[in-house]
Design a protein around this ligand. Structure first.
Ligand SMILES: N[C@@H](CCC(=O)N[C@@H](CS)C(=O)NCC(=O)O)C(=O)O
Length: 213
């Protein structure tokens, strides 16, 4: 039996969605975040790092979204519906699967951490903390993030999905793109159109309903 260890408001939504696309039997173990937004310590009993998602398949606890998605595709997608169809699609699939967590998410997490610094320092030094974090955001994070967003807008101007037809690479990429859009103002027509396309899927809608305990 498959068990998804699902942390609220987290990347484990990707796996919930993939399981719904596969129409697979599974159970969900729900976890709430601590007031600090960290994962609760119980998750460390499932995997030593205690991060979500974790998928348990009998005795094996699998961590890392991309690994779980690839595992599900290779073990639980007998009709190969979510597998890239051509060698070019397979290359794109590999690239975007790694890019999401290897390149894009670190910048977004760094941005989130910088946004939260001033809330976590004593009131009197907030102006200094803000000066430092504003400098890091303007000098380091924003220019890099702008390059990534321009790159993605450009790619999505010519592709409806990241690897040919809808695949698990789209599920992997959905999380940073949704996170980016919730923290930013501005028009990103191709990213917005892509998200609208994938969010309209029945599997996505079912997963949204199940994600709430
Ligand atoms: N690269 C990992 C990242 C896992 C990760 O950092 N998950 C976050 C949830 S979005 C988490 O568990 N955070 C809680 C914490 O760090 O305490 C993946 O894609 O699965």
């Amino acid at each position: 039996m498959l068990t998804l260890h699902h942390l609220e408001q987290s990347r484990s939504f990707r796996i919930l969605w993939a399981l719904e696309e596969l129409q697979q039997d599974y159970q969900i173990q729900y976890y709430k975040r601590l007031p600090t937004f960290a994962a609760p310590p119980e998750l460390k009993q499932v995997h030593p790092l205690g991060k979500a998602p974790i998928l348990q398949d009998d005795d094996r606890a699998i961590a890392e979204s991309a690994v779980i998605l690839e595992y599900l595709q290779s073990h639980y997608d007998p009709q190969q519906q979510f597998k890239p169809q051509s060698p070019e699609d397979a290359f794109q699939y590999l690239y975007w699967m790694h890019y999401a967590e290897g390149s894009l998410m670190p910048l977004l997490v760094f941005q989130l951490v910088m946004n939260n610094v001033s809330k976590n320092v004593p009131f009197l030094i907030r102006p200094v903390a803000n000066k430092i974090t504003d400098g890091i955001k303007a000098g380091f994070i924003r220019p890099r993030l702008n390059d990534h967003i321009a790159f993605l807008e450009d790619y999505l101007s010519e592709h409806d999905y990241f690897a040919g037809q809808f695949s698990f690479a789209d599920i992997q990429m959905s999380f940073p793109l949704e996170a980016f859009l919730t923290r930013t103002v501005g028009q990103y027509p191709n990213i917005q159109a892509f998200l609208k396309r994938i969010q309209a899927r029945e599997g996505y809608q079912r997963a949204k309903r199940k994600g709430i305990e």
